[in-house]
Design a protein around this ligand. Structure first.
Ligand code: SF4
Ligand code: SF4
Length: 113
């Protein structure tokens, strides 16, 4: 298993074999393969060349490519956003110090006419 768990996953049931990801992959990590039934599909033929740039996932017109590390990143991002929101909510509930100087007892004193 190892690092391959984080590599782009191509759902061959969704892939139409359009080749856009293969043409766009800047490192040549993707290629096309022909299945026994003659269908042409994209495949990660050189996983060692993948740089996780995300181009293939972004451009696939049928969302056949998923980058697992992005899902993890998204979860981490959402968790961070949630905890930030909680921190902000906590702050909003803190009791604010009274405004003004009520009770200061430092009257300037009246002038005698
Ligand atoms: S862009 Fe998507 S549909 Fe086209 S070959 Fe690549 S994985 Fe398949
Ligand atoms: S993430 Fe980038 S380098 Fe990796 S297969 Fe997709 S387009 Fe190629």
């Amino acid at each position: 298993m190892g690092d391959s768990a984080w590599l782009p996953q191509i759902d061959q049931a969704l892939c139409t074999g359009c080749g856009k990801c293969v043409e766009t992959c800047p490192t040549g990590a993707l290629g096309q393969i022909t299945l026994p039934d003659g269908q042409v599909k994209a495949a990660l033929v050189r996983p060692d060349l993948c740089t996780y740039c995300t181009l293939c996932e972004d451009l696939c017109p049928v969302d056949a490519i998923a980058l697992p590390f992005l899902i993890l990143s998204q979860e981490a991002y959402e968790a961070e956003n949630l905890s930030r929101k909680e921190r902000e909510d906590d702050k909003a509930h803190e009791v604010s110090p009274p405004s003004g100087d009520a009770g200061a007892g430092a009257d300037a004193g009246g002038l005698l006419a």
